[in-house]
Design a protein around this ligand. Structure first.
Ligand code: SAH
Length: 460
């Protein structure tokens, strides 16, 4: 795969402001901060330098260059995205393919060290693993991959990624999940979600073979090896369960913290699980008792974890397919949970007005603030939800309240919940101030990697 070896021909000159951000530990440069881009192709490996500082010298009557252009490192360039430059190294990079291989191995080793008690976790998380534009999740024996930048979408790069993944995991299948909106924004060719690699297997009687979609041939490198993975980061003890059927639906079963979940890689919502909440499930369950309400429950992540500690658990979500999956998960775990399809805002208002009481409430809404502009509206939404939840909590109950909006900071959320506490005349004690699970690393200097907040509060 020598074609993935890129020469750094392109050179991008960035403004002082962009350079300052990089010096503070960030890895992005916005298009408005690009002063000049020379020899840049979509997705190219480029050298990034800071604009030279000129200061006119009166004496000679000529401009004298005091500081030459300072090279800041190597980056992957996008000709379409508002984020024009994503740094990949502070050093010159001569062999991008080799660097990406090393980064993938390091990401897998990190999970081997810090991820426990699950066979579903994020293996590679883009900038948080210094692999901008690449996301890979493991669901037991399946891998799900998402590519969101021109650089990672290059055929040769895909080959590198897939061959590393096959080597490390020997998965039954790799599916690619496509977000059409992201591909359009990045000016990438249209593509559909689907299976991009399938391990060859013996066909069952009466089954017709389905040819796996090839990915330039490079993905079949590890096909049919059938040997165990040399690197098995987790001792999960769950046998191969994945199944790719003739309609190309891919399903498997995963376990997190001993709780079982069905995973449909190309199913209705195509979102997979919210793996970033995995450690918060255990934390929430630690304090759970009595009656619990899981609001914005999706496929039941919190509800199923609370069920073994509570006498009664109710999950609420507006998505019927999510609730159907939640019920399948409940059956799989032998739990009885009540699922309600409703708008959470309406339901909380009605339940609070009707005087319903709970010992625990979980609030895990979708990102309300998609941009800085609607932060205030978003905060009003969070306040209302928290206020209603607090009204329904019995003294000694716990509130688990989350925000996955990057634009809502940890301080914003704390302030909002504090105000809700004041308005509802309740005292709140902070039991835990948490973020995403460790397979979604939060990198200092890149605040976008610390998007998830989860507060656990004792309410009296
Ligand atoms: N707690 C879940 C993840 C929640 S994601 C877990 O751990 O897996 C947010 C969920 O909110 C989605 O399932 C979405 O269907 C649901 N949702 C969005 N708007 C809603 C609304 N107004 N009322 C109820 N549910 C809503």
């Amino acid at each position: 795969m020598g074609e993935a070896r890129s020469e750094t021909k392109g050179r991008v000159t960035i403004s002082r402001r962009g350079a300052e951000r990089l010096r503070a530990g960030h890895v992005w440069v916005y298009r408005s901060e690009v002063a000049e881009a020379r020899d840049v192709q979509p997705g190219a490996l480029v050298t990034v330098q800071e604009e030279a500082l000129f200061r006119p010298k009166q004496l000679s009557g000529k401009s004298v260059r005091l500081t030459g252009p300072r090279v800041l490192g190597s980056a992957l360039y996008s000709t379409a995205s508002e984020i024009a430059v994503r740094m990949i190294s502070s050093k010159p990079v001569s062999d991008l393919e080799q660097l990406v291989r090393e980064r993938i191995r390091a990401a897998i080793a990190y999970r081997g060290r810090f991820v426990e008690n699950t066979n579903a976790y994020r293996v590679i998380f883009s900038e948080a693993d210094f692999l901008p534009g690449l996301i890979v999740d493991r669901y037991n024996d399946l891998l799900s991959m998402q590519i969101v930048t021109q650089a990672m979408d290059a055929e040769a790069m895909r080959g590198v990624v897939v061959s590393e993944l096959l080597e490390a995991f020997n998965p039954v299948a790799i599916v690619e999940r496509v977000d059409p909106r992201v591909r359009r924004l990045e000016q990438l060719a249209e593509k559909e979600s689907g299976v991009i690699y399938e391990r060859t297997r013996t066909l069952l009687a009466g089954e017709t073979p389905v040819a796996p979609e090839s990915d330039g041939g490079s993905t079949s490198a590890g096909a049919g090896r059938g040997r165990p993975s040399p690197h098995n980061p987790l001792k999960d003890g769950v046998g191969t369960a994945a199944h790719v059927n003739t309609k190309r639906q891919v399903t498997t079963e995963v376990q997190m913290n001993g709780v079982r979940f069905v995973y449909e890689a190309l199913g209705g919502q195509k979102t997979g699980a919210f793996l970033d909440q995995r450690e918060n499930y255990t934390a929430a369950a630690q304090y759970a008792r009595g009656e619990a309400l899981d609001v914005f429950c999706y496929q039941g992540g919190f509800a199923l974890h609370l069920a073994h500690k509570c006498s009664r658990v109710t999950g609420v979500d507006s998505s019927r397919p999510a609730l159907e999956m939640a019920e399948q998960n409940a059956l799989l775990n032998g739990r009885e949970i009540e699922w309600i399809e409703a708008n959470a805002f309406d339901l909380l208002r009605d339940y609070a007005d009707a005087g319903r009481q709970y010992d625990g409430v979980v609030l895990d809404p979708p990102a309300f603030a998609k941009s800085r502009q609607n932060l205030q509206t978003a905060l009003r939404g969070y306040k209302e939800l928290n206020l209603r939840a607090l009204k329904m909590l019995r003294p000694g109950g716990t509130l688990v309240t989350c925000s996955c909006s990057y634009h809502v900071s940890a301080a914003d959320l704390l302030e909002t919940v504090t105000a809700a506490g004041v308005d509802s005349h309740r005292n709140l004690r902070l039991l835990e101030n948490r973020g995403a699970a460790k397979d979604h690393p939060s990198v200092l200097g890149i605040p976008e990697t610390a998007y998830l907040k989860c507060l656990i509060l004792l309410v009296t």
